[in-house]
Design a protein around this ligand. Structure first.
Ligand code: ZN
Length: 485
């Protein structure tokens, strides 16, 4: 059943959390001062288009052809194509002047120690696996732009002058296609991957442990635990990723700063009515779970479109705070089934899923509380039974202000240098999708940059980032790294 939190407690924590979020938003929206600390040194005049654009695009295209299928792009955890991709990425890491290794979860690492090896390390990463029939930028763009930027530093002879170690990690699994378990690579490094995951099996009965052993990687419960990084050795984690949505394209800018990754709840709603003959049961005598479900789904839509019309907090929080929740709240019914499913039968039961995401965890709780109450009322009124089950919860991740500020300045400088214009600001976005940064936030502070993609399309071969936007991303990462000198 849906949890029913104490409302007065919920009211006050919701208000506090919204205030917290507002302070963060204020900080992020402070106009950026472009001083000499904008991260671009004088000799980046030519912005290294041959490496940050031409070579990066060529490598993205080459990696995009490393697939387990000849018809479309697919690379799943420890598949043959994934192993080929690991070796390719490792070669490019070495080309950038990095020390490389592959760990026992198949993550590829490339590291340079910088001036002070005992300083805490900056980690930069994204994933090398893909969905089925994928585009070539999801995950790969974050890895390739980091390697291009480090290669530029290496050529300039400044790679060893970074004040702290920098490590690029190409994570072995983020999409979870093969084992239905996301973040295998990053969760292992963050130390939050349960050891039981090693025994999860794919559709053909091969376990995670078996898949690694098939590629000569000996993983045990003990050495899985040893993959966890010491939080004291890590300064922070940065990830650059395609936006996978249309906001940057609409704004007309190539880069955007991510303020946080939305928290998520999945519900399963079961509505039970009275099964009957479509031709003989009079309308007034029906307990129809299909019509009830339609009303419940429309309720969800209007509640999530205008939460301010539904949430009242007796002065504990203002309407602008609820508006702030409305800015990130998205709700979806993506799957529905009926029993029996036939055109001449009033179904006995309807089941549907609800996916709710918001940047504010307590705001999300408030929505679930209100939604559940109103759903039960509708079911009572219609004389059908409602069962609401919570199937999955993940808390939101708020990006770190210090790292975000540096990334913001670097992105702004990149946009300004490449466009020659002075945009008001770099757009600030929420990520509705999960990323490796979500797992890494359990280890260290995180920050993310999004890159514009055509039409907001992702998880599709139509996924596209323009050559100049790949360049802008590389210039931004380079500018960010140069702040470490
Ligand atoms: Zn991705």
């Amino acid at each position: 059943m849906a949890s029913q939190p104490n409302l007065s407690h919920l009211r006050s924590i919701f208000a506090i959390s919204i205030v917290h979020l507002s302070v963060l938003s204020l900080f992020l929206l402070v106009p950026i001062v472009l001083a000499s600390s904008n991260g671009l040194s004088e000799d980046t005049e030519f912005l290294h288009s041959e490496i940050l654009r031409d070579e990066a695009v060529a490598r993205l295209t080459e990696l995009g052809k490393v697939s387990d299928s000849e018809e479309f792009l697919v690379r799943t955890f420890q598949s043959q194509a994934s192993v080929r991709a690991e070796n390719l990425i490792r070669r490019w890491m070495e080309d950038a002047g990095l020390q490389t290794w592959i760990d026992q979860m198949g993550n590829v690492h490339g590291r340079c120690e910088g001036l002070y090896p005992n300083e805490k390390a900056l980690l930069i990463g994204s994933h090398l696996d893909t969905v089925i029939d994928a585009g070539m930028f999801d995950g790969a763009l974050g890895i390739l732009t980091a390697l291009s930027a480090l290669k530029v530093l290496n050529i300039k002879g400044t790679l060893g002058k970074l004040k702290r170690p920098v490590e690029v990690i190409a994570f072995s699994d983020e999409e979870g296609v093969r084992f239905q378990s996301t973040f295998l690579g990053s969760a292992a490094i963050a130390g939050v991957l349960p050891v039981s995951t090693l025994h999860v099996h794919d559709k053909s009965g091969v376990t995670v442990q078996g898949a690694l052993r098939n590629n000569s990687i000996d993983i045990t419960e003990d050495n899985l635990l040893q993959l966890k990084y010491d939080p004291e050795s890590v300064w922070g984690y940065v990830e650059l990723h395609i936006e996978q949505g249309p906001v940057l394209e609409t704004a007309g800018l190539p880069l955007g700063l991510v303020k946080g990754i939305a928290g998520q709840t999945r519900l399963k709603v079961t509505v039970k009515g009275t099964q009957g003959h479509a031709g003989t049961v009079p309308m007034k005598m029906r307990q129809d779970p299909m019509a009830a479900s339609a009303e419940l789904i429309l309720l969800l839509e209007s509640l999530c479109k205008r939460p301010e019309d539904y949430l009242f907090y007796d002065g504990h929080c203002t309407s602008s705070e609820v508006q702030s929740l409305a800015g990130s709240l998205v709700c979806t019914v993506g799957e529905i089934s009926t029993w029996p499913s036939a055109s001449n039968v009033i179904p006995g039961q309807v089941t549907f899923t609800v996916d709710i995401r918001a940047l504010d965890d307590l705001g999300r709780e408030a929505i679930i509380y209100e939604l559940s109450n109103r759903m039960y009322q509708i079911c009572d009124k219609r004389s059908v039974l409602c069962l609401i089950e919570r199937k999955h919860d993940a808390n939101a991740v708020v990006c770190d202000s210090e790292l975000s500020s540096k990334l913001n300045s670097a992105a702004y400088a990149a946009v300004k240098r490449l466009s020659g214009e002075n945009p008001d600001n770099v757009p600030i976005l929420m990520s509705g999708a999960g990323h490796d940064a979500m797992a890494m936030s359990r280890l260290t502070k995180v920050a993310m940059l999004f890159v514009r993609c055509r039409g907001g399309v992702s998880h599709s071969p139509a996924e596209h980032v323009s050559e100049n936007d790949v360049w802008a991303a590389g210039v931004a990462v380079l500018a960010f790294l140069e702040t470490l000198m």
